[in-house]
Structure formats: C-alpha cells, structure tokens
Design a protein around this ligand. Structure first.
Ligand code: NAP
Length: 265
C-alpha cells in the first residue's frame, strides 16, 4: 500500500506528520505523492477538504482517512495519540471503506468559453460581489422560482454541517444520496417571492441557476473562490464519483453532530 500525507501548518500537525512518517517507515509502507492508495490528512476538516481537491482526479483509486489535531471533525476520526492503532488497522483491514456523495458543478458561459467542471465535497455557493443577486432557479429544466437576495448554497450531505448549517439548512445524514439547496438572505416581498426554506433534491434530479444580470459573481467550491466574467448558468447534480473513506473506526453520525454543536459528552 502507498500512502500520502496532507497536513496543515499547525505545529501539532507537523509533529504528528513526522511521527506518522516514522511509523510508516518502520512498517515498510511506501510514501508516494503521485500514486497513493490511501491519503491521510492531519489537521481539521479544512485539511481533508484540501486533500480531496489535491487528489480528486484519482477518486476511484484512493481512500481518505483523517487524523484530527484540534477538535473532532466530520471528516476526521482519529486522534493524534492513536497513530500506532491507525497504521495497524489499515494494514489488517485494507478493504474496509465507506463512501459519500459529491456534488457535480458545471459553470456555463455566455460566450464561446468552454464549460468549467468541478466536484465539491462540502458545497458550492453563488454570490454577487457588490449587489443583490438575481437568478432563475430551475429544477429538472422547469422554472421553480425567481430568486433575489445575497446568494444560494448547494451542499452535499457531509457538507450539510458546514456553511449550509450557518445559512439555516438542515443537517442531512451522509448515507442519504441527495443534495440541498439553501437560500442566503433572500428578499421576500410583494415583488420577489421564493420558497424561503431549504430543499433536499433527489439524486435523480438536477438544479440549474440562470444568472439574470451582470457579470460580477463569486462562485465557491469548498475553499476555492472562482471569480468569473460572463457566467450564464451553473448546474448542480449528484456526481457519478464518490469519496471513499477508509473506515477502520466507526462513529455514529448523530454523536458527531452532538459533539460538534451541542455538548462533548
Ligand atoms: P475555514 O473558514 O478555515 O473553516 C471553516 C470551518 O468550517 C472550520 O472550523 C472547519 O473545521 C469547518 N468545516 C469544514 N467542513 C466542515 C463540515 N463538513 N462540517 C462541519 N464543519 C466543517 O475554511 P476552510 O478550512 O477553507 O474550509 C472551507 C469550508 O468552510 C467551506 O466548505 C464552508 O463549508 C466552510 N465555511 C463556513 C462558513 C460559515 O459557516 N459561515 C463560512 C465560510 C466557510 P476545521 O476547523 O475542523 O477545519
């Protein structure tokens, strides 16, 4: 098995990475940045997001695993003092894995510029940099509503506890193969009317957002900020690809949610 390590710049993460590298050497496990089969992220959920974007061209060949050096995360199961156990587990149980849905994002342009395509692990948002955003929201090519407000967020189930939650979206169990559309400060009055609540969209459906005016939009895909001129529309659906996690350790999802947002016991 070949392993790559992605870590953040915190002192503790760098120390844990050194310990992990020493353990891998001891067990004669090869470290490879080019064709790893297992990617270990050391840090927080943000670090796992970076690892995902670095290796998202090899999703069918790799599994991810997260060691947290701060608080328990949604993508990070292992503690920094459990490294020996972690290495032994993945040597013994190489086949064990669990996979979660990803969001497929396609940006289309008004002119002849080719489409741009992304995969999001958490979410993608669209906002306008200096004015209210106006957009037509289509579900399965049928006009659903005309949105006016700060923006829209489209998230995966595992991303539902991130930005989506901050804008009032529901927390969704990651075993559900669906995505969520949530409004960011919509204008609702006699002229502009939207549903006003988050929507969970089935994996057989797709959402298109047609931008109605201007060109100064900011589109995000996880931590990536994409400033693009002349965007015509953005298309969202559940991706064919999934992210695979090496599942040597099982944590009850709702326990994780309680730990993160309510209490630590
Ligand atoms: P960041 O601003 O450094 O971190 C944002 C926070 O979101 C961190 O505490 C991170 O946890 C946490 N987080 C990331 N994914 C999560 C998930 N699936 N469930 C629960 N919490 C999660 O940004 P970043 O590290 O570059 O990560 C980008 C992500 O930050 C975006 O995908 C977005 O979801 C989130 N974000 C949230 C808000 C908000 O809630 N208002 C604003 C901007 C961005 P760790 O500390 O474990 O890394």
């Amino acid at each position: 098995m070949k392993v790559a390590i992605v870590h953040n710049n915190e002192q503790k993460s760098r120390r844990v990475t050194q310990q992990l590298l020493a353990l891998l050497e001891q067990k004669q496990i090869e470290v490879s940045e080019t064709d790893p089969e297992l990617i270990i992220s050391v840090g927080g959920d943000g670090t796992l997001l970076s690892a995902f974007h670095r290796f998202n061209h090899r999703l069918n060949d790799v599994k991810f695993l997260g060691v947290h050096t701060g608080h328990l995360g949604f993508y990070t199961d292992w503690r920094d003092y459990e490294l020996e156990e972690l290495v032994s587990s993945f040597l013994i149980e190489q086949e064990k894995s669990i996979s979660y849905p990803l969001l497929d994002v396609t940006i289309k342009f008004c002119d002849d510029v080719p489409d741009r395509h992304f995969l999001a692990l958490n979410e993608s948002t669209i906002k306008r940099s200096n004015r209210t955003m106006a957009a037509d929201v289509y579900i399965k090519d049928e006009l659903f509503e005309r949105f006016r407000g700060d923006g829209l967020s489209v998230s995966t189930p595992t991303g539902s506890t991130a930005y989506n939650k901050s804008v009032g979206g529901a927390v969704i169990h990651p075993s559900i193969n669906a995505f969520q559309l949530a409004e960011i400060a919509s204008l609702n009055n006699r002229v502009f009317r939207t549903l006003g609540s988050p929507m969970v969209i089935a994996d057989s459906e797709w959402v298109s957002i047609d931008l109605r005016e201007g060109s100064d939009y900011l589109i995000t895909v996880d931590q990536l900020n994409i400033y693009q001129e002349n965007v015509d529309s953005i298309h969202y659906r559940i991706a064919d690809e999934r992210i695979h996690f090496a599942s040597y350790k099982h944590m009850h999802f709702w326990h994780r949610v309680k730990d993160a947002f309510i209490s630590e016991d």
